[in-house]
Ligand binder design. Sequence first.
Ligand SMILES: [Zn+2]
Length: 135
Amino acid sequence: MTVGPVSRDAATAEFLDGTAAGHFLLRHCTACDALSTPQAAQCERCCSTALDWRPAAGDAILVSWTVAHGRPDASGAVQHTVLGIAELAEGPWWWSQIVDPDPALLRVGLPLRISFRRSGNQQEAVPVFIPAKNA
Ligand SMILES: [Zn+2]
């Protein structure tokens, strides 16, 4: 199981332009300087709609996760996918895939680093997180 597919529309175009360039963009409030999640239509602190974009540093910590187990393949191996909540260093949370973890090592507060993946013939780069020790 992998992330996606993701389709571009008017609401996601600027964010996906950022991921294509290797940036995870956050909404920046020009009124109070707070950073909000990319999907925010107004500042999560002061409710202003005067927002522009700022790239996140790319560091995060693991807040919570679950492991989705797949079906065994022809060899009997079972693939799993870890889906988690990452708290970005700037504060906002993002739900995403945690790629290539050793599930036994997952813990609250595990340092993560953002990365981007395309699956199959998908054109859009989707943000995912990897343990910082593997970055
Ligand atoms: Zn604000």
